[in-house]
Write a protein that binds this ligand. Structure first.
Ligand SMILES: NC(=O)c1ccc[n+]([C@@H]2O[C@H](COP(=O)([O-])OP(=O)(O)OC[C@H]3O[C@@H](n4cnc5c(N)ncnc54)[C@H](OP(=O)(O)O)[C@@H]3O)[C@@H](O)[C@H]2O)c1
Length: 379
């Protein structure tokens, strides 16, 4: 028997790999990714060393084997020998590889996320015993801003906040059709926004919330270049005063943030639970039981920018230049700041049994997480 994992060099993917290797046993784990087997091994082993607390069982790393593959290429870009190795005793396929970005161009997202999954299904067609565990996202709920999102909900009526979400939604649709047509079981795991307060050494996958940090750093950098303004202010303050910046968002806006280590652990636990019920596809929200207020997430940024006070405001009238610059950057995540929805976790709880809830994601946790961001505060 063997397991195949795509996306093992990613922020979540390397944690999934850690979980797969944490199980006692000798089952080979095939890592499919871009680059030579040697570079893949080096990247994956560096990530496993980073995540070595708690330690893996002795010999766990010797279960790994590496194949060069690219989900956007025909046949995943596998050589005949690597395809045979990947299929050898294949019991489980974890599909974590994806393109994550919030740009407008739908083509690369469709190619990687939808067509890439379609190509992977071609491999699964040749392994009728193998089960697919597909990593999706809780954000397939799109622009739906309120209410309790059920794990079986999959609806495009509200539209999407980004092409990325849309591509993940379309991929889920594709999986439902494939599972029904081929009478195959699929588990769809939908994590929310993943975070860590574990320091991220250079070269290892950064956490997605870094995009918020990068956005502010970029803004501060360009502002500095133009006017020697905010970069200086963010670092040193204006005669010791805090600069208040209003950020347009719903006052009750929330985010669902979950510790990445917990998410990977919950997914591995869920995968071990039997696939019960008549449905071919089971979908699990791998989310935190409690939402984090948008204001809390913004407020924790003050630890990175001690002179900056970011405040949620329903309607930013007469914006200052700084507020305009911030708004100009946030086109990348339209609608995110208006969400107040919650996520049902019934299927997750059933599949993970006695797994305790994750620790709270509060101001202190996020302050630690933001301080780990890999982009330097602008000079
Ligand atoms: N991180 C989150 O907060 C979050 C939240 C919800 C859902 N998710 C989902 O979780 C999954 C993993 O996310 P992540 O955080 O690990 O993402 P990530 O850090 O951006 O990693 C993406 C992974 O996909 C691989 N990949 C991308 N394009 C590929 C291609 N053409 N061929 C082969 N491999 C390719 C990357 O390989 P390279 O190293 O070669 O680029 C990398 O291993 C994704 O499906 C994502 O949609 C993540």
């Amino acid at each position: 028997m063997s397991i195949l994992l795509t996306g093992a060099t990613g922020f979540l993917g390397c944690r999934l790999l850690r979980e797969l290797l944490a199980e006692d046993g000798e089952e080979p784990v095939t890592v499919l990714g871009r680059g030579t087997p040697e570079t893949l091994r080096a990247r994956v082993e560096a990530a496993l060393a980073w995540l070595s607390d708690p330690p893996l069982p002795d010999g766990a790393v010797s279960r790994l084997r590496f194949v060069t593959g690219d989900i956007t290429r025909p046949g995943l870009g596998l050589t005949a020998a690597d395809r045979a190795l990947s299929l050898d005793g294949l019991r489980q396929v974890w599909h974590s590889a994806a393109l994550l970005n919030f740009m407008d161009d739908p083509i690369p997202l469709h190619r990687s996320n939808v067509l890439g999954t379609h190509t992977l299904l071609g491999l699964l067609d040749a392994a009728p015993q193998a089960e697919l565990l597909h990593i999706s996202t809780a954000y397939v709920a799109g622009r739906r801003s309120t209410g309790h999102v059920l794990e079986d909900d999959l609806c495009e009526d509200s539209g999407f906040m980004s092409r990325y979400e849309e591509s993940k939604y379309t991929t889920e649709r594709l999986l439902h059709a494939w599972a029904a047509r081929n009478r195959r079981n699929v588990t769809i795991l939908r994590p929310s926004l993943l975070v860590t307060d574990r320091p991220v050494p250079p070269g290892l996958p950064p956490q997605p919330t870094d995009f918020l940090i990068r956005m502010i750093d970029e803004m501060a950098g360009s502002w500095t270049a133009r006017s020697h303004g905010i970069g200086h202010l963010l670092k040193g303050g204006l005669r010791g005063d805090r600069i208040e910046v209003r950020f347009e968002a719903h006052p009750e806006g929330t985010l669902n943030l979950l510790q990445a280590d917990y998410a990977a652990h919950a997914m591995a636990r869920a995968a071990a639970a039997p696939h019960t019920g008549p449905a071919r596809v089971r979908t699990l929200h791998v989310t935190h039981p409690h939402e984090t207020r948008f204001q809390t997430a913004l407020g924790a940024l003050s630890t990175r920018y001690p002179e900056l006070s970011l405040r949620v405001c329903a309607d930013v009238t007469n914006p200052t230049s700084v507020e305009r610059a911030l708004a100009d950057q946030t086109w990348r995540m339209p609608g995110l700041s208006t969400l107040r929805r919650t996520y049902d976790r019934t299927n997750l709880r059933q599949a993970t049994g006695s797994l305790p809830d994750p620790r709270p994601i509060d101001h202190d946790y996020l302050a630690r997480a933001y301080s780990q961001a890999d982009t330097p505060v602008p000079a």
